[in-house]
Design a protein around this ligand. Sequence first.
Ligand SMILES: [Zn+2]
Length: 88
Amino acid sequence: MKRWYPRQIRRLVMILLALGVLLAAAGVSREWFPLCGLGIAVMVGAILFHLLFYRCPCCGKFLDRSTGDFCPYCGKRVNPEAPPENKR
Ligand SMILES: [Zn+2]
């Protein structure tokens, strides 16, 4: 199984949260509550995913709201060298 780094987990959680908010907002504006419930379910799922997987790959401690590249508990780097994103 591919190893997920905290940075990737955080990005995925943010995308899921945004998607959940959009779905819930669309559900409210159309007064279609199944869609609203789906949006809330996606948001809850994103938070659970964050709680379960946003951990230090070295010591396994929950990183909470830490966004740095180093674990606040063991001091190890939690993200690899910045992946080569399309710079040009
Ligand atoms: Zn650690």
